[in-house]
Design a protein around this ligand. Structure first.
Ligand SMILES: [Zn+2]
Length: 336
């Protein structure tokens, strides 16, 4: 583990920058950044090289070194840059939001108007940690380039949409939001009995026009990222799903070309096996099967269409047949 920190600035930098690196006995790395305020009068370039084993707390550029590709939990962040360039305004807004959220977290004792009979003395516990994501939701951007998405995700007051990660067609990764914060990527959604997926998931947007195949470079970056997320947050195999799965009546992403089967072989998502000797019981209710897997079945045709898109690469909509029923049955047994 090592840290090289270099600050290059032509002028006086407003704010105090403190990078504090500490390591726990388990080898976890935490970097605290206090008061980082990029200005438009001077470039602030922070080049930091950190060997990171078990943290995703930093904005990271894709690492192209061999070491970075070595394993899911050994991706090395080779450069972190906060520059007063074309994203200066967006980054200022980002930090302003973080500041406002920090104030909420720091408010003690908590006050509310529920009329509870609070004890006269406030007492805080130190036995705590940050809440962790437990799902990964994959999206496609439905646009033709990453810049349009960056523009949209950094513009307040319109759709207010965002994602934790954006992966461009060429494999470049933008880490736009700390994994531990709530991104607006899932919208009105449901999986099982979980209705606020934004609060419990990481959102990953893939640059894709909605119809095209996903590029090799993009999938290579995605696979590394999914490995990091799974390892860091202990996300179960079954909890790697698509936006179309959790909002079947509204969304169709990622498109039917997305390689769910290949990813399931790496532990990201579930899949089904050889169907040859499988007999589906006559009384099997395929909608209940979909419900147990996680689908919202309030619009049954949409749920079937979403299932077929994800698990059969079939974009033909909600019509049923024996094969669909059999595959629902096989997966339902894996989710039980
Ligand atoms: Zn989406």
């Amino acid at each position: 583990m090592f840290l090289k920190q270099k600050i290059i600035s032509g002028q006086v930098i407003l704010g105090i920058l403190l990078l504090l690196l500490s390591a726990s006995s388990e080898g976890k790395v935490v970097i605290n950044v206090k008061s980082l305020e990029p200005t438009n009068t001077s470039a602030i370039i922070i080049k930091t090289t950190v060997a990171v084993k078990d943290t995703l707390l930093l904005p990271a550029k894709k690492d192209t070194s061999d070491k970075g590709q070595a394993g899911n939990d050994s991706l090395t962040i080779t450069e972190i840059t906060a520059s007063a360039g074309k994203y200066d305004r967006a980054n200022r807004l980002h930090y302003a939001m973080i500041d406002s959220m920090a104030k909420v977290i720091m408010e003690f004792p908590l006050r509310d108007s529920a009329g509870l009979r609070y004890a006269p003395d406030w007492v805080g516990t130190s036995n705590m940690g940050l809440r962790r994501p437990n799902y990964v939701i994959i999206h496609h951007t439905a646009t033709n380039n990453c810049n349009n998405v960056i523009q949209e995700f950094t513009t307040p007051g319109v759709r207010e949409a965002s994602a934790h990660y954006l992966i461009c067609n060429d494999g470049t990764v933008y880490h736009m939001l700390n994994d531990l914060l709530r991104s607006h990527h899932a919208g009105d959604s449901k999986w099982g009995n979980t209705t606020d997926l934004n609060s419990s998931s990481i959102g990953i947007e893939l640059d894709n026009n909605g119809y095209q195949p996903f590029s090799e470079e993009q999938m290579a970056s995605l696979t590394i990222l999914l490995g990091r997320l799974k390892n860091t947050y202990k996300i179960p195999d079954a909890n790697f799903i698509g936006h179309g799965d959790i909002a079947p009546a509204r969304k169709m992403d990622p498109n039917y070309r997305f390689p769910w089967k290949e990813l399931s072989e790496k532990g990201f998502g579930l899949w089904w096996d050889d169907t040859t000797d499988v007999r589906v019981p006559d009384n099997f209710d395929y909608l209940m099967g979909l419900r147990i897997i996680g689908y919202d079945i309030s619009a049954p045709d949409s749920a079937v269409a979403a299932f077929k898109r994800h698990f059969m690469k079939d974009n033909s909509g909600g019509n049923m047949n024996g094969m669909v029923r059999k595959i629902i049955y096989m997966l339902y047994r894996r989710y039980q």
